[in-house]
Design a protein around this ligand. Structure first.
Ligand code: SAH
Length: 393
């Protein structure tokens, strides 16, 4: 077993059980790709067992802070069973569930989503890549399922020197799956869809949106960055009769259109617009259109804090336009999934969008990701999705 020793004063974060050790904090020691190492402080005291990443600036990712624990197949079985046990208790109203949320479940570099009878996994760091076979078997044993599709095609793998790997890892079959979320039927393709196929983190916010649409008797709903129309189906379920989905992905919009019919709604109540959101908002403003509720759920504008300034301008712009397009009393459901833009900054951005557009509003809810995407106390980086529901005056 190789040892990685930290520089004096650099032990603090691992002592607080934050699971990362950066290149700059290491005094000495090297290991192979994904190898389990013993990480010690400058005084030689044990800090954690970790996986070593030779190419990444995050050199070590902690597996365990318990010196007596062995990192073996049983370790992965225990962590996976523990994560599943938490999901069982959450009462999730869907058969689409995030089973493993990386660091928050003690498995840094591993994402696993369950879509009905199909598991989809992303192996994003050297450690999980190295233990892939063991993890795959443990996942099937713990869930009793037979199909596991690998979507290790996320850009972050490049930082680990890893190539993209999509394909069946265990079992095989059609890659199209149908989910039952809340009471809605939603289809996705685990091979072609974004991320692992769907945005499970917005599940509760879609459900709540349906409730708000009904409560406010909103008829005209604009769903910006709609992807496959999850919020659009929610709007129709809430009683909306003029729903517009805007996205720049034609396959996603085709699915949104199909979802309207699949759920028994009148196709005349839904319009799919293959267009850029920003340009569409400006166009609608020119045409004098108004909406009773608007969803803004853009892609990550700021992957890290370094991009926060440019991203802030982009967020402000769409929120300013969105607030203007709302009828008085209308609802803005606005979200940001940028890790680099914290909840306070996001609040400020939306507030300043209001000032610029001469619109005031009441914040009726502050929301985050669904609870199967937990943020843990030791790992604040885990917070990424935040949202505000604002009622225009
Ligand atoms: N609200 C969705 C998830 C949205 S993900 C849900 O609940 O499932 C963000 C979406 O924005 C993606 O579908 C992507 O295709 C789309 N997108 C990215 N840039 C865009 C742009 N400039 N104009 C329109 N859509 C865009």
């Amino acid at each position: 077993m190789k040892t990685i020793q930290l520089r004096p004063g650099k032990e603090r974060s691992l002592l607080r059980r934050h699971p990362w050790g950066f290149e700059g904090s290491i005094a000495k020691g090297k290991a192979d790709f994904g190898e389990t190492v013993r990480v010690v402080g400058s005084d030689g005291g044990f800090l954690c067992w970790a996986a070593y990443s030779p190419s990444s600036s995050i050199k070590v990712r902690a597996w365990s802070f318990d010196e007596a624990e062995r990192i073996d197949a049983e370790f992965f079985e225990r962590r996976i069973l523990a994560a599943l046990a938490v999901r069982e208790r959450l009462g999730i109203e869907s058969n689409g569930v995030r089973l493993i949320h990386g660091e928050a479940d003690g498995l840094p570099g591993l994402i696993v989503d369950r879509y009905a009878d199909t598991l989809v996994a992303q192996f994003l760091a050297a450690g999980t890549e190295q233990w892939k076979g063991v993890i795959a078997d443990a996942l099937l044993a713990a869930t009793g399922l037979a199909k596991l599709y690998e979507r290790s095609d996320s850009g972050v793998r490049q930082l680990e020197g890893l190539p993209p790997v999509p394909g069946w890892l265990r079992g095989e079959g059609p890659t199209t799956v149908e989910l039952l979320e809340s009471s809605w039927r939603l289809t996705l393709d685990v091979a072609e869809g974004h991320k692992t196929g769907y945005y499970l983190d917005q599940r509760d916010n879609r459900r709540d949106f349906a409730v708000w649409v009904r409560r406010l008797k909103a008829q005209r709903v604009l769903n910006c960055y709609s992807y496959t129309g999850g919020f659009s189906v929610a709007a129709l379920a809430g009683g909306a009769t003029e729903v517009t989905s805007v996205d720049s992905s034609a396959p996603a919009l085709a699915r949104a259109t199909a979802h309207v019919v699949l759920n028994g709604f009148d196709p005349a109540h839904h319009t799919a617009l293959d267009a850029d959101v920003n340009a569409t908002l400006r166009q609608f403003l020119k045409e004098g259109r108004q909406f009773d509720a608007i969803v803004l759920d853009p892609p990550k504008f700021a992957p890290s804090a370094a991009h926060a300034e440019r991203a802030s301008r982009a967020y402000k712009d769409i929120n300013r336009l969105g607030l203007k397009l709302l009828a008085p009393g209308g609802l803005l459901a606005t979200y940001s999934c940028s890790g680099g833009v914290g909840p306070e900054l996001f609040h400020k951005i939306v507030a300043s969008a209001g000032t610029d557009s001469g619109v005031d509003g009441a914040i009726v809810a502050r929301v985050g990701a669904a609870p199967d995407h937990p943020q843990t106390l030791c790992f604040p980086e885990g917070e990424y999705l935040k949202g505000l529901l604002v009622l225009k005056r």
